[in-house]
Write a protein that binds this ligand. Sequence first.
Ligand code: ZN
Length: 344
Amino acid sequence: MYEWLFIHLKGELALIVDTSFATDPEGIHKLTIPTPFPVGPVNVYIVAEDDSVTLFDAGPKTEDAWDAFTQQLNRAGFSIHDIDQVILTHHHPDHCGLLDWLLEKKNLPVLAHPSAEPWVTQDADFFAWYHQYFARIFRTAGVDEESAKRAFEVFEVLRHLSCRISLNQKLREGTPIPGMQDWQVVETPGHAQSHLVFYREKDGVLLAGDHLIKEVSPNPVMEPPIRSGEERPKALIRYRESLIKCKQLKVNTAFSGHGEEITDVQALIRRRLSEQEERRQKIKTLMRDQPLTPFEISQLLFPYAQKMEISLTLSEIIGFLDWMEACGEITGEREEEKIRYRTA
Ligand SMILES: [Zn+2]
């Protein structure tokens, strides 16, 4: 795969890596699908191997997304009938909603992490529990009633843009993928607890989903535990662990869920980790003078955030508070239902 090109440069032997294949590695076709979300379009990928054609992710369930998907699929030289299976990087609606319509055209096996299941099947008990759980989180985080109401309205919109399908196979770290023997499944919980990335070692290709995005820092989205009674997953702590894990992979090109390809994954991971350290310091400074609820911190830190984004900004803050609490840097004080945090 590699073409090593030796050239003499100013009398010295320099080693140049020809990365001309990097933006078009073997068998990978990128389709860019519009979404109604602030993040912009989502990238989904067709990976054509000798034994299989796999679709990684689908767009949200909108007419625009469907039109873009079918047109770009054809332009890449494929039809829906060529696809053998669908694999999800994670369960977010912009990555799976369109499956409802795709599976009506062809009954395809869908593979994803077990944690994606209650989301993509839209399990009624799980969603009832999810609402109850978030109502409690909003109260303890100091979210006012109006804002909480709006957040629940956003959850409903997201459900409409998502799919209601069943999973045919659960993928975990190391699970072999049918027809894709060169690929490894790597669990990367954080942005979503169901998040997986897919690595092809022979040419250093990574299908990174939303774990790595070049232009924006992915949110560690807060999720309730899958089962009542379990501890809530600490999204930012897990996200950082997953970033550090991916530093071990030798990646030439990471194909992301949003935006351009990433060719220097190591540098991007270093940057993300240090941006998080900076944000943590900033939050600590805010809490130095007065104890604050997570909602108060989110309003101070993101004064211009859209009201639609309350649950995302709150997720971000709670992620940081989890991390600081685990390091013993802050303590929480209960004040009726709310919890205010201060530096320890
Ligand atoms: Zn996502």
